[in-house]
Design a protein around this ligand. Structure first.
Ligand SMILES: [Zn+2]
Length: 477
């Protein structure tokens, strides 16, 4: 210990940091590719390990070593991280790039075609992908999973993975659904109604040609679509996907739907169960089958709050969300005669909207706590892109709600890093979500300690993606 201290003093004496003003210096580097992050506290949520005064070495976008002391003599570029906290980049495991989060993005839920034609909305979305990517990076989110959209989702993945200032993207293609959504169909629909097991297998084979990271099932249940009616289609979808070595993610928000999906072999549940408290048999089933569950708590409040004019965007969302998207969410700016009935009703009785949200959280939050305590793998995700759920910073509202559910800051961070990484397969999945040798240098550098208070998770100084450091304040300029 004494020797280590002496060494540290000696090192400090010869310290030759890159000049800093609270942020990474844009000065040219020596080698261009060798970087050392010096003196920060490294937090690795995977195992909860915290290393103070550490040095993280990065070569060619990969972490090559993490030393448990401050190493000053270094042939590359040193970045002073004294007083900072270094974590793996966050991962949002539930987003939709085909949706903007504005008021017009789901005409099947609230039809505003008379205000803004849906085809214009889609054109806007396609022309703003770089903007959305940058907002993820600004929020410290270096990887995302798009769990369903049109076939052009595969182009989004290609574009993102060829863009430096973008998160790594995994995608599912169109949702295999028990119901149809004609208003979203402009020729490349995000949701496809499948009526027979044979159709399901054919559709999966067509999807498999695009090498999806996941196949997504939209298991919608109502009085006209009982759980058992769709079950053979879910089974065929899962069997065919597994035959192609593709995992299956299922939207199933009722306990019995979720149970059926898992019994049929689903790998991922992309939402919380919100109709009932989960029982012990369900918890055991999820554990035994190694299911990953993504709670998406934030999305459950955002439709109702937007439509009833009670939106509660966080400061992060206000600052880092797209301003056009946010401006659209004020329903009082829409002429009365163009408001869909659903929105008129919400405006007439705003308290009912809040009551419904409370009822959902009264179930979803204890369910999350129970699953976390039981050791089920929880992966953080928001369902960003849905009306009012802002691409990028919505994750910080999700963190608040996970905290309300009773999760510790370290548990929340684990859900948003190491656990979330399990949604990615192959090479990428094996190199994101942790700060370890060989992992991608995808990380966030914070000004304050998120383990003390999860609110600090958004106190971002610098975001690094693939070894390239972006001072946070410069990203959206
Ligand atoms: Zn979704």
């Amino acid at each position: 210990m004494r020797r280590a201290l002496l060494e540290l003093v000696a090192l400090l004496a010869t310290a030759n940091f890159t000049a800093l003003s609270g942020q990474v210096s844009p000065e040219p580097t020596i080698s261009g590719e060798h970087i050392a992050l010096v003196g920060g506290t490294v937090i690795n949520p995977a195992d909860g390990k915290i290393t103070r005064n550490a040095t993280v070495f990065i070569v060619n976008g990969r972490i090559t070593d993490i030393a448990a002391n401050m190493v000053m003599k270094f042939g590359g570029r040193s970045i002073n991280c004294v007083g900072k906290f270094i974590l793996p980049g966050y991962i949002d495991t539930h987003v939709h790039f085909f949706q903007s989060a504005d008021l017009f993005t789901r005409p099947d839920g609230a039809d505003f075609n008379s205000v803004r034609p849906y085809k214009d909305e889609v054109a806007w979305i396609k022309s703003h992908l770089d903007d959305v990517f940058a907002r993820y990076i600004r929020s410290g989110i270096t990887s995302v999973v798009d769990v369903g959209g049109p076939m052009w989702n595969f182009e989004v993945r290609k574009t993102a993975n060829a863009t430096a200032k973008a998160p790594r993207v995994a995608v599912a293609g169109p949702l295999i659904s028990s119901v149809s959504r004609e208003k979203l169909d402009l020729g490349d629909p995000p949701i496809v109604k499948i009526d027979t097991p044979h159709q399901a297998r054919e559709f999966v084979r067509k999807l498999a040609e695009q090498k999806p990271d996941l196949v997504k099932i939209w298991y919608i249940v109502d009085k006209d679509h009982p759980v058992d009616a769709f079950r053979p289609i879910a089974r065929a979808t899962i069997e065919e996907s597994h035959a192609h070595k593709i995992r299956v993610a299922v939207h199933a928000t009722e306990l019995e739907t979720a149970r059926a999906a898992v019994e049929e072999g689903a790998d991922v549940l992309v939402h919380s169960v919100i109709d009932k408290r989960v029982d012990d048999a369900f918890v055991k089933l999820l554990k035994d089958r190694h299911i990953i569950l993504c709670p998406t708590l934030v999305v459950f409040e955002r439709y109702g709050r937007t439509f009833s004019h009670q939106l509660n965007l966080t400061p992060e969302e206000e600052k880092w969300g797209n301003p056009e998207v946010i401006a659209s969410l004020d329903v009082t700016k829409i002429p009365q005669d163009k408001l869909p009935q659903r929105v008129k009703d919400a405006l007439t009785d705003p308290k009912a909207a809040l009551d419904r949200i409370k009822k959902t959280y009264d179930v979803a939050l204890p369910n999350l706590k129970k699953l976390e305590d039981a050791g089920v793998t929880i992966a953080a995700g928001t369902d960003a892109g849905n009306i009012g759920t802002i691409h990028g910073p919505a994750l910080f509202r999700e963190f608040q709600l996970m905290k309300e559910a009773g999760l510790t800051p370290m548990q929340i961070l684990q859900c948003a890093t190491a656990n979330a990484a399990k949604l990615f397969g192959g090479e990428t999945g094996a190199r994101i979500g942790k700060l370890e040798n060989g992992y991608f240098a995808d990380l966030v550098i914070l000004n304050s300690n998120p383990v003390d208070d999860i609110a600090h998770a958004s106190d971002i100084d610098t975001v690094m993606k693939n070894g390239v450091a972006y001072p946070a304040d410069s990203i959206l300029r």
